[in-house]
Write a new protein. Structure first.
Length: 180
């Protein structure tokens, strides 16, 4: 992987909030420090736009989270949680996130996807081949698609330094997870 990062490079960051949230919760029993995710993603380059894709609940308990994200300069895109007959729930922003990345790509040199979801592989391939964008991924490696890690131009593994990317992380020992 040959990756170029310089201060004039225009970047867009697209955050799959649910993916990172659930990975942090399941792997570390902690919450994601989205400020550090954004800072590491941008890496001193010119941020054109940062968007987080979030599913809202009826209780509205996520309002303080939205405000915190906006203070970081991250735009929030929301979608209501769908609850189907029988109680099944669906909360998926993949298509919206992909459409936003494709429509913004002409204004960007690098697209950063904050997700480990392998469903974004076709998006990565499209952005590289048809838009000429460098595509970078930042996520927890242990819960990321190996194919996604392989095809992106650069992968930042948040598992390499969990203290940097987590809030309330106290170095929990997770069975089967090597931590140094």
């Amino acid at each position: 992987m040959s990756v170029i990062k310089h201060k004039e490079q225009r970047v867009g960051v697209f955050i799959d909030t649910q993916n990172l949230y659930h990975s942090a919760k399941n792997l570390y029993k902690a919450k994601v420090n989205f400020g550090n995710v954004l800072k590491e993603s941008v890496a001193g380059r010119q941020l054109v736009r940062a968007r987080a894709y979030v599913v809202t609940t009826e209780s509205g308990e996520e309002q303080s989270f939205f405000e915190a994200m906006q203070k970081l300069g991250i735009e929030i895109r929301t979608k209501d949680l769908q609850i189907f007959f029988g109680g099944a729930k669906k909360a998926d922003w993949d298509v919206g996130m992909a459409i936003d990345a494709v429509t913004m790509a002409p204004k960007l040199d690098a697209v950063i996807l904050a997700t480990g979801d392998g469903d974004f592989i076709p998006l990565v391939e499209y952005l590289q081949l048809h838009e000429g964008c460098q595509v970078e991924v930042i996520s927890f490696g242990k819960s990321s698609s190996s194919k996604l890690r392989e095809i992106c131009d650069d992968f930042t593994d948040m598992d390499d330094d969990p203290k940097k990317y987590l809030i309330s992380y106290r170095g929990w020992k997770i069975p089967g997870l090597s931590q140094e």
